[in-house]
Design a protein around this ligand. Structure first.
Ligand code: IPM
Ligand code: MN
Length: 357
């Protein structure tokens, strides 16, 4: 099985190196051979190739069984006048590989609940699977810029969706709900946006015809921003369009108390999926060896499950992470005052040692 690693920028290379070692260990224990190829993406790729997604990276990804990404971006490439940006590489790879569904599980961990900005009684027990549409909407719709004679400018970006784009991502979400608590919430802005009204019609019909066993409701996005922090345990699977999903999943990622624990999966109808931690490149701590590698390790577990169909191996990683945390080991982002903070590599070593059949 061929895995392409896209370490990227900032802490990306540190956390993907650890996840690779975890995968190698899983391979040893379960008798699987993973072949790794590392390719440039993001800011470093702009520096070296003038392109955040060099052709050779895309070619390698197309022929891979799965892709594990660290993170892209950093202040070095933040110039608003720059010709291209690291993030453009990420958007392009999603589009080129048809990765239309982005799965972002948001679960609280009991030992972390007290570091959540919300009170324990509100947040404890939260277990939401966000399914964000990833290759359509305002991110990829028509956009433009007109310069006027008086020096002012007009810019526009459009949110466009078609029936097929809505159906396929709603199916991913509804299938996920079937394996969970059988509840799906669709989030939109149908009181204002035409595109949302299409989402609402298409989703209602699809749910009625194909998923009568799933409890289905709709929530407006502004209200959802509120419900997510007032009653997060009310939700099971949540499906929404690209931009709303971007915003709501950042909000949701704070519920458990640290972003350093949350993985995500981007999948299409066929071909390799792309797996990554939810957190960014954290330039402030890059190179210090203190980043929490667990989100990337858990992304590797999602990769085994969703792309490589290795459920036992995925469960072994999940269990190793649980065990290490249960023993009280913490990286700096998780440690409370007085607790010892482990480095990236030390935490990785513990997870590697805890992998068993
Ligand atoms: C994410 C990120 C990206 C997005 C950026 C880096 C382009 O915020 O994966 O959520 O907006 O999709
Ligand atoms: Mn985002």
């Amino acid at each position: 099985m061929k895995i392409v690693l896209l370490p990227g920028d900032g802490i990306g290379p540190e956390v993907t190196a650890v996840a690779q070692r975890v995968l190698e260990r899983v391979g040893e224990v379960f008798g699987r051979t993973f072949e790794f190829e590392s390719c440039p993406i993001g800011g470093n790729a702009i520096d070296d190739f003038g392109d955040p997604l060099p052709e050779q990276t895309l070619t390698a990804c197309r022929s891979a069984d799965a892709i594990l990404l660290g993170a892209v971006g950093g202040p070095k490439w933040d110039d608003p006048n720059a010709k291209t940006r690291p993030e453009a590489g990420l958007l392009r790879i999603r589009k080129e590989l048809g990765l239309f569904a982005n799965l972002r599980p948001i679960q609280t961990f009991d030992f972390l609940v007290d570091s959540s900005p919300l009170r324990r009684e509100i947040v404890a027990g939260t277990d939401i699977m966000f399914v964000r549409e990833l290759t359509g909407g305002i991110y990829f719709g028509e956009s433009g810029l007109t310069k006027h004679d008086d020096g002012s400018e007009t810019a526009w970006s459009t949110m466009t969706y078609s029936t097929h784009e809505i159906e396929r991502v709603v199916r991913v979400a509804a299938d996920a709900a079937r394996g969970r608590r059988k509840k799906l919430t669709m989030v939109d802005k149908a009181n204002v946006l035409e595109a949302s009204r299409l989402w609402r019609r298409v989703t209602a019909r699809l749910m009625k015809e194909e998923y009568p066993d799933i409890e289905y409701d709709v929530v407006l996005v502004d209200a959802m921003a509120m419900h997510l922090i007032s009653r997060p345990t009310a939700f099971d699977v949540v499906v929404t369009e690209n931009l709303f999903g971007d915003i709501l999943t950042d909000e949701g990622s704070m519920l458990p108390g640290s972003m350093g624990m949350l993985p995500s999966a981007s999948i299409g109808s066929d071909g390799p999926g792309l797996f990554e931690p939810i957190h960014g490149s954290a330039p402030d701590i890059a190179g210090k060896g203190i980043a929490n590698p667990l989100a990337t390790i858990l992304a590797a577990a999602m990769m085994l499950k969703y792309s490589l169909k290795l459920n036992e191996e995925a469960a072994a990683i999940q269990k190793a992470v649980d065990d290490v945390l249960a023993q009280g080991h913490r990286t700096g982002d998780l440690a409370r005052s007085g607790e010892k903070a482990l480095g990236t590599k030390e935490m990785g070593d513990l997870v590697v040692a805890a992998i068993s059949k």
